[in-house]
Ligand binder design. Structure first.
Ligand SMILES: NC(=O)C1=CN([C@@H]2O[C@H](COP(=O)(O)OP(=O)(O)OC[C@H]3O[C@@H](n4cnc5c(N)ncnc54)[C@H](O)[C@@H]3O)[C@@H](O)[C@H]2O)C=CC1
Ligand SMILES: C[N+](C)(C)CC(=O)CC(=O)[O-]
Length: 323
């Protein structure tokens, strides 16, 4: 899509999706789109790619059926093309999931803009490259966006959508609408941020985990249990900001920051802490107030507790032991 070339169809009218690169993520995307009732054409240069892809889709299908597939959805609606050009020729949307190598992404995205019909939006699954850095070789960069999924894309709802400096805003909006129509939970970002939002958060945690393992302070098992038996249970339904607002009791985020703010400077982390100035404090308090909406402290506690119980039940750990 560019300002002069609109997408060939509305996001809600997409029928055929092309998945370019069919490994863990490309295959997961293919399974997701098939389950939502799209025709999917995939292409991957690896000689064993088709066999692996069909195995991935077959293995995912029972879970997808449990969650409920769209009318007419079927693994048989997957075609594996013999060339990139063939795969994208009739595509209404393209999801690129090739290896995370900048030069490869640059040339592949350039090739894709040349091979697709004018206006077709092309999304990259990149885990962290800004689109500005990937769209440098493309003749028609206005329709290139990032659509960052979470593994596996057929079960984890979130996709982060962001454009680059040369992406048309209309392409970002089109992609966001398309992913919503395809059953995803969409976070549309209005500016580029290396690692986007979720990976930036995950990477902070990950860096600390690696520091602890490297220095012998914690084992891999300790680290995984610290999340699955601890904060991970809350994060499945209440984000880290609102969860910590509850740590301030009825005083909410304001009390939490006034009480624990100074410990941001204590050596809990190898990362540099931000300056907790008045503006940041107020932004956090206001953000948590907005997120809480008209729910009271008691409402939020009840919701959190019920959520933890539900997650425990769902994962077979109610009354059982951990780890
Ligand atoms: N693995 C993960 O948890 C996540 C990965 N991503 C992103 O998804 C993308 C793909 O990663 P994975 O699926 O994990 O990698 P993968 O290694 O499982 O799959 C990559 C596939 O790309 C194929 N390939 C190689 N050269 C290609 C080319 N020129 N054109 C098209 N396909 C080509 C390979 O044969 C392979 O099947 C990366 O950009 C990665 O950052 C995003 C979210 C999560
Ligand atoms: C490991 N990873 C950085 C590629 C992970 C992601 O990008 C998202 C996810 O699935 O957590």
């Amino acid at each position: 899509m560019s300002e002069t070339t609109p997408a060939p169809c509305a996001p809600e009218d997409v029928r055929r999706v092309a998945c370019i690169g069919a490994g863990v993520i490309g295959g997961g995307w293919a399974a997701h789109f098939l389950a939502r009732g799209y025709d999917v054409t995939a292409w991957d240069p690896a000689p064993d790619a088709e066999e692996k892809l069909r195995r991935l889709v077959a293995a995912a299908w029972p879970a997808l059926e449990q969650m409920g597939t769209a009318e007419g959805a079927a693994p048989e609606r997957l075609t594996v093309a013999g060339s990139l050009a063939e795969a994208v020729a009739d595509a209404d949307f393209v999801q690129e999931s090739a290896p995370e190598k900048l030069e490869l992404k640059r040339s592949l995205l350039a090739e894709l803009t040349a091979a697709t019909r004018p206006g077709v939006v092309i999304a990259s699954s990149t885990s962290g490259y800004p689109m500005t850095d990937m769209q440098t070789s493309a003749g028609d960069p206005g329709r290139l966006v990032v659509g960052h999924p979470f593994n596996p894309p057929y079960l984890i709802p979130l996709v982060e959508v962001v454009g680059g400096e040369r992406t048309d805003r209309a392409a970002v909006d089109w992609a966001s609408r398309f992913y919503k129509a395809a059953g995803k939970s969409v976070l549309t970002m209005d500016r580029e941020l290396p690692g986007f939002i979720a990976n930036r958060l995950q990477e902070a945690l990950w860096r600390e985990a690696l520091h602890m393992v490297a220095s012998g302070e914690a084992t891999v098992e300790d680290i995984d249990a610290s999340i699955t038996e601890g904060p991970g249970l809350r994060w499945a339904f209440m984000g880290p900001c609102l969860t910590f607002a509850l740590a301030g009791g009825e005083g909410g985020m304001a009390h939490m920051l006034d009480h624990f703010g100074p410990s941001l400077k204590s050596p809990w982390t190898r990362l540099e802490a931000p300056e907790l100035d008045r503006a940041l404090r107020d932004a956090m308090v206001e953000g948590c107030d907005r997120a809480a909406g008209d729910r009271s402290y008691a409402d939020l506690v009840a919701a959190r507790d019920q959520g933890v119980i539900d997650v425990l039940r769902a994962t077979g750990r109610l009354g059982g032991t951990a780890r």
